[in-house]
Design a protein around this ligand. Structure first.
Ligand code: ADP
Length: 231
Protein backbone atom coordinates (compact mmCIF):
# COMPACT_ATOMS: atom_id res chain seq x y z
CA UNK A 1 0.00 0.00 0.00
CA UNK A 2 2.95 2.32 0.60
CA UNK A 3 3.52 2.77 -3.15
CA UNK A 4 0.00 4.00 -3.81
CA UNK A 5 -0.96 7.64 -4.46
CA UNK A 6 -2.74 9.44 -1.61
CA UNK A 7 -6.20 9.11 -3.18
CA UNK A 8 -7.55 5.76 -4.35
CA UNK A 9 -10.68 3.71 -3.96
CA UNK A 10 -10.89 1.22 -1.08
CA UNK A 11 -13.38 -1.56 -0.55
CA UNK A 12 -13.82 -2.95 2.95
CA UNK A 13 -14.78 -6.62 3.09
CA UNK A 14 -15.75 -9.03 5.86
CA UNK A 15 -15.29 -12.71 6.67
CA UNK A 16 -18.66 -13.83 5.32
CA UNK A 17 -18.07 -12.20 1.97
CA UNK A 18 -14.58 -13.61 1.57
CA UNK A 19 -15.72 -17.04 2.74
CA UNK A 20 -18.35 -17.04 -0.01
CA UNK A 21 -15.64 -16.27 -2.59
CA UNK A 22 -13.67 -19.27 -1.25
CA UNK A 23 -16.78 -21.39 -1.76
CA UNK A 24 -17.21 -20.09 -5.33
CA UNK A 25 -13.60 -20.91 -6.22
CA UNK A 26 -14.00 -24.40 -4.71
CA UNK A 27 -17.22 -24.96 -6.67
CA UNK A 28 -15.40 -24.09 -9.92
CA UNK A 29 -12.51 -26.42 -9.13
CA UNK A 30 -14.95 -29.25 -8.37
CA UNK A 31 -17.03 -28.56 -11.48
CA UNK A 32 -13.85 -28.78 -13.54
CA UNK A 33 -13.11 -32.16 -11.97
CA UNK A 34 -9.68 -30.93 -11.00
CA UNK A 35 -8.53 -32.85 -7.93
CA UNK A 36 -5.37 -31.26 -6.57
CA UNK A 37 -3.22 -33.26 -4.15
CA UNK A 38 -1.90 -30.16 -2.43
CA UNK A 39 -2.79 -26.50 -2.03
CA UNK A 40 0.00 -23.93 -2.04
CA UNK A 41 -1.27 -20.81 -0.29
CA UNK A 42 0.79 -17.68 -0.93
CA UNK A 43 1.79 -15.89 2.26
CA UNK A 44 0.31 -13.91 3.68
CA UNK A 45 -2.78 -13.02 1.66
CA UNK A 46 -3.65 -16.53 0.48
CA UNK A 47 -3.62 -18.28 3.86
CA UNK A 48 -7.26 -17.92 4.86
CA UNK A 49 -8.42 -18.89 1.37
CA UNK A 50 -6.04 -21.87 1.27
CA UNK A 51 -7.36 -23.24 4.57
CA UNK A 52 -11.03 -22.75 3.65
CA UNK A 53 -10.63 -24.24 0.17
CA UNK A 54 -8.97 -27.32 1.71
CA UNK A 55 -12.09 -27.71 3.81
CA UNK A 56 -14.48 -27.26 0.88
CA UNK A 57 -12.54 -29.71 -1.28
CA UNK A 58 -11.91 -32.23 1.51
CA UNK A 59 -8.12 -31.90 1.34
CA UNK A 60 -5.54 -32.05 4.10
CA UNK A 61 -2.31 -31.23 2.26
CA UNK A 62 -1.76 -27.49 2.61
CA UNK A 63 1.55 -25.75 2.25
CA UNK A 64 2.78 -22.22 1.82
CA UNK A 65 5.07 -20.07 -0.24
CA UNK A 66 6.06 -16.55 0.72
CA UNK A 67 6.46 -14.05 -2.09
CA UNK A 68 8.44 -10.89 -1.45
CA UNK A 69 9.15 -7.72 -3.27
CA UNK A 70 11.81 -6.35 -1.07
CA UNK A 71 15.42 -7.08 -1.83
CA UNK A 72 17.02 -4.76 0.69
CA UNK A 73 15.58 -2.82 3.59
CA UNK A 74 13.27 -0.64 1.57
CA UNK A 75 14.24 -1.41 -1.99
CA UNK A 76 11.33 -2.68 -3.98
CA UNK A 77 12.32 -5.09 -6.71
CA UNK A 78 10.08 -5.34 -9.76
CA UNK A 79 10.05 -9.12 -9.77
CA UNK A 80 8.52 -10.86 -6.80
CA UNK A 81 10.94 -13.32 -5.23
CA UNK A 82 10.48 -16.43 -3.11
CA UNK A 83 11.33 -15.80 0.52
CA UNK A 84 11.46 -19.33 1.93
CA UNK A 85 12.19 -22.27 -0.36
CA UNK A 86 9.71 -25.12 -0.15
CA UNK A 87 10.70 -28.23 1.75
CA UNK A 88 11.69 -31.15 -0.47
CA UNK A 89 8.70 -33.29 -1.42
CA UNK A 90 6.07 -30.56 -0.93
CA UNK A 91 4.90 -30.56 -4.56
CA UNK A 92 7.05 -33.04 -6.50
CA UNK A 93 4.84 -35.38 -8.50
CA UNK A 94 1.67 -33.81 -7.07
CA UNK A 95 -1.16 -31.91 -8.75
CA UNK A 96 -1.14 -28.45 -7.23
CA UNK A 97 -3.60 -25.62 -6.74
CA UNK A 98 -1.87 -22.31 -5.97
CA UNK A 99 -4.08 -19.79 -4.22
CA UNK A 100 -3.76 -16.09 -3.43
CA UNK A 101 -6.16 -13.40 -2.33
CA UNK A 102 -5.95 -11.00 -5.30
CA UNK A 103 -4.06 -10.57 -8.56
CA UNK A 104 -3.23 -6.92 -9.14
CA UNK A 105 -0.23 -6.99 -11.46
CA UNK A 106 -0.46 -10.78 -11.15
CA UNK A 107 3.30 -10.95 -10.66
CA UNK A 108 3.24 -12.98 -7.44
CA UNK A 109 1.00 -15.80 -8.58
CA UNK A 110 2.74 -16.02 -11.96
CA UNK A 111 6.12 -16.32 -10.25
CA UNK A 112 4.74 -18.89 -7.81
CA UNK A 113 3.43 -20.99 -10.67
CA UNK A 114 6.83 -20.96 -12.39
CA UNK A 115 8.53 -21.89 -9.13
CA UNK A 116 6.20 -24.83 -8.47
CA UNK A 117 6.41 -26.05 -12.08
CA UNK A 118 10.21 -26.01 -11.82
CA UNK A 119 9.94 -28.39 -8.86
CA UNK A 120 8.57 -31.17 -11.05
CA UNK A 121 5.03 -30.92 -9.82
CA UNK A 122 2.24 -32.67 -11.74
CA UNK A 123 -0.50 -30.41 -13.05
CA UNK A 124 -0.32 -26.89 -11.61
CA UNK A 125 -3.33 -24.58 -11.62
CA UNK A 126 -3.85 -21.19 -10.03
CA UNK A 127 -6.72 -19.41 -8.28
CA UNK A 128 -7.36 -16.00 -6.75
CA UNK A 129 -10.38 -14.83 -4.80
CA UNK A 130 -10.38 -11.55 -6.71
CA UNK A 131 -8.94 -10.37 -9.99
CA UNK A 132 -8.26 -6.79 -11.03
CA UNK A 133 -8.26 -5.76 -14.66
CA UNK A 134 -4.70 -4.52 -14.22
CA UNK A 135 -3.49 -8.12 -13.93
CA UNK A 136 -1.36 -9.44 -16.76
CA UNK A 137 -1.89 -12.96 -15.48
CA UNK A 138 -5.21 -14.77 -15.67
CA UNK A 139 -5.61 -17.43 -12.96
CA UNK A 140 -7.49 -20.63 -13.86
CA UNK A 141 -10.10 -19.96 -11.16
CA UNK A 142 -11.32 -16.55 -10.03
CA UNK A 143 -13.89 -15.90 -7.30
CA UNK A 144 -14.74 -12.45 -8.57
CA UNK A 145 -13.51 -10.04 -11.22
CA UNK A 146 -13.51 -6.41 -10.04
CA UNK A 147 -14.63 -3.90 -12.65
CA UNK A 148 -12.90 -0.95 -11.10
CA UNK A 149 -9.47 -0.89 -9.45
CA UNK A 150 -9.71 -0.70 -5.68
CA UNK A 151 -7.56 -1.49 -2.71
CA UNK A 152 -9.41 -4.34 -1.04
CA UNK A 153 -9.24 -4.30 2.75
CA UNK A 154 -9.41 -7.94 3.81
CA UNK A 155 -10.62 -8.94 7.27
CA UNK A 156 -7.27 -10.58 8.13
CA UNK A 157 -5.55 -7.31 7.31
CA UNK A 158 -8.13 -4.93 8.65
CA UNK A 159 -6.17 -3.22 11.41
CA UNK A 160 -2.94 -2.97 9.42
CA UNK A 161 -4.71 -1.40 6.45
CA UNK A 162 -6.91 0.95 8.49
CA UNK A 163 -3.90 2.23 10.44
CA UNK A 164 -2.20 3.01 7.12
CA UNK A 165 -5.31 4.56 5.59
CA UNK A 166 -6.15 6.74 8.59
CA UNK A 167 -2.59 7.95 9.09
CA UNK A 168 -2.47 8.65 5.35
CA UNK A 169 -5.63 10.78 5.35
CA UNK A 170 -4.47 12.67 8.44
CA UNK A 171 -1.19 13.53 6.74
CA UNK A 172 -2.92 14.61 3.55
CA UNK A 173 -5.68 16.66 5.20
CA UNK A 174 -3.06 18.35 7.39
CA UNK A 175 -5.30 19.59 10.21
CA UNK A 176 -4.22 20.05 13.82
CA UNK A 177 -6.53 17.34 15.16
CA UNK A 178 -9.23 15.00 13.91
CA UNK A 179 -12.48 13.79 15.47
CA UNK A 180 -13.97 10.44 14.40
CA UNK A 181 -16.33 12.40 12.23
CA UNK A 182 -13.40 14.14 10.50
CA UNK A 183 -11.69 10.81 9.93
CA UNK A 184 -14.83 9.35 8.36
CA UNK A 185 -15.16 12.45 6.22
CA UNK A 186 -11.64 12.12 4.82
CA UNK A 187 -11.90 8.34 4.35
CA UNK A 188 -14.87 9.09 2.17
CA UNK A 189 -13.22 11.98 0.35
CA UNK A 190 -9.90 10.28 -0.40
CA UNK A 191 -10.84 6.59 -0.50
CA UNK A 192 -14.57 6.41 -1.23
CA UNK A 193 -15.10 4.60 2.08
CA UNK A 194 -18.53 5.62 3.33
CA UNK A 195 -19.71 5.20 6.87
CA UNK A 196 -22.59 2.86 6.06
CA UNK A 197 -20.44 0.54 3.97
CA UNK A 198 -17.72 0.42 6.60
CA UNK A 199 -20.13 -0.18 9.47
CA UNK A 200 -21.94 -2.95 7.61
CA UNK A 201 -18.68 -4.73 6.73
CA UNK A 202 -16.83 -4.11 10.00
CA UNK A 203 -19.20 -2.74 12.66
CA UNK A 204 -17.88 -0.63 15.55
CA UNK A 205 -14.19 -0.87 14.72
CA UNK A 206 -13.15 2.79 14.56
CA UNK A 207 -12.54 3.17 18.31
CA UNK A 208 -10.53 -0.04 18.33
CA UNK A 209 -8.37 1.18 15.44
CA UNK A 210 -7.72 4.54 17.09
CA UNK A 211 -6.81 2.85 20.37
CA UNK A 212 -4.41 0.61 18.48
CA UNK A 213 -2.94 3.63 16.66
CA UNK A 214 -2.32 5.25 20.04
CA UNK A 215 -0.69 2.06 21.33
CA UNK A 216 1.56 1.92 18.26
CA UNK A 217 2.37 5.61 18.79
CA UNK A 218 1.09 6.59 15.36
CA UNK A 219 -1.42 9.06 16.82
CA UNK A 220 -1.94 10.74 20.13
CA UNK A 221 -5.19 11.97 21.69
CA UNK A 222 -4.89 15.76 21.87
CA UNK A 223 -8.22 16.45 23.60
CA UNK A 224 -10.94 13.89 24.44
CA UNK A 225 -12.35 12.65 21.13
CA UNK A 226 -9.63 14.22 18.96
CA UNK A 227 -6.42 12.70 17.63
CA UNK A 228 -3.31 13.99 15.85
CA UNK A 229 -0.45 12.24 14.11
CA UNK A 230 2.72 11.77 16.09
CA UNK A 231 5.52 13.39 14.06
P1 ADP B 1 2.68 -7.85 -7.24
O1 ADP B 1 3.15 -9.25 -6.99
O2 ADP B 1 3.23 -7.26 -8.48
O3 ADP B 1 2.70 -6.94 -6.05
P2 ADP B 1 0.17 -8.96 -7.08
O4 ADP B 1 -0.96 -8.66 -7.94
O5 ADP B 1 0.78 -10.30 -7.25
O6 ADP B 1 1.19 -7.88 -7.45
O7 ADP B 1 -0.14 -8.67 -5.54
C1 ADP B 1 0.66 -9.13 -4.45
C2 ADP B 1 -0.12 -9.07 -3.12
O8 ADP B 1 -0.32 -7.71 -2.71
C3 ADP B 1 -1.51 -9.67 -3.18
O9 ADP B 1 -1.47 -11.05 -2.92
C4 ADP B 1 -2.24 -8.92 -2.09
O10 ADP B 1 -2.04 -9.51 -0.82
C5 ADP B 1 -1.60 -7.54 -2.13
N1 ADP B 1 -2.40 -6.63 -3.00
C6 ADP B 1 -2.04 -6.22 -4.23
N2 ADP B 1 -2.96 -5.41 -4.75
C7 ADP B 1 -3.98 -5.33 -3.84
C8 ADP B 1 -5.25 -4.66 -3.81
N3 ADP B 1 -5.67 -3.92 -4.83
N4 ADP B 1 -6.01 -4.82 -2.71
C9 ADP B 1 -5.59 -5.55 -1.67
N5 ADP B 1 -4.42 -6.22 -1.64
C10 ADP B 1 -3.60 -6.11 -2.72
Amino acid sequence: MSDLPDEFKCTITNWEYIYSLCRDVSDDVRRDEFEPDVIVALARGGWFAGRCICDFLGMDDLTSLKMEHYVGTAEKSGEPTIRYPMPEGSVEGKDVLIIDDIADTGGSIKRAQEYVEDREAGEVRTATLQLLQTSEFEPDYVGEQLEEWAWVVYPWNFIEDMVDLISGVMAKADEDAFSKRDIRHYLKEYHEVDRIGMEIAQPNRLTEILTEMERREVVTMTTPGEWALVD
